[in-house]
Design a protein around this ligand. Structure first.
Ligand code: AMP
Ligand code: ZN
Length: 115
């Protein structure tokens, strides 16, 4: 989508600090990290949110969850101690960028419940 900041990151129209990329996915460091490790994993295809997922998106979502996030967690050194995966969804879910993204947070103890 033309005015979507994460589409622009996927298309390299604006810079990011990428930690992983393949045909379907890019993962990059969050600009305002909330933990020592804070990476965002996005499909390159514009999908608005978890709430907008369609059957045709199963491949990319399972690739993100089964392959990409575990690889990033290992590479970032948080796989063993534990980490958090967050997909804020919609206004009350706290989503501010309307392009599906999974936060991968680690390197410190997380609290529950979230704010
Ligand atoms: P959410 O609030 O769940 O929609 O998450 C959006 C996230 O995107 C926030 O954690 C922002 O810090 C992050 N963010 C916004 N713009 C950029 C950018 N250009 N590069 C990296 N992270 C960004
Ligand atoms: Zn987008």
């Amino acid at each position: 989508m033309a005015d979507c900041i994460f589409c622009k990151i996927a298309n390299k129209e604006i810079p990011s600090t990428a930690v992983f990329e393949d045909e379907q996915v890019i993962a990059f460091k969050d600009l305002e990290p909330q933990a020592p490790v804070h990476v965002l994993v996005i499909p390159k295809k514009h999908i608005v949110s978890v709430g907008a997922l369609q059957a045709e998106d199963k491949d990319v979502v399972s690739h993100i969850l089964c392959d990409v996030i575990p690889k990033i967690a290992k590479e970032q050194g948080i796989a063993e101690k534990g980490f958090r995966v967050v997909a804020n969804t919609g206004a009350e879910g706290g989503q501010t960028v309307n392009h599906l993204h999974f936060h991968v947070l680690g390197g410190r103890s997380m609290q529950w419940p979230p704010g």
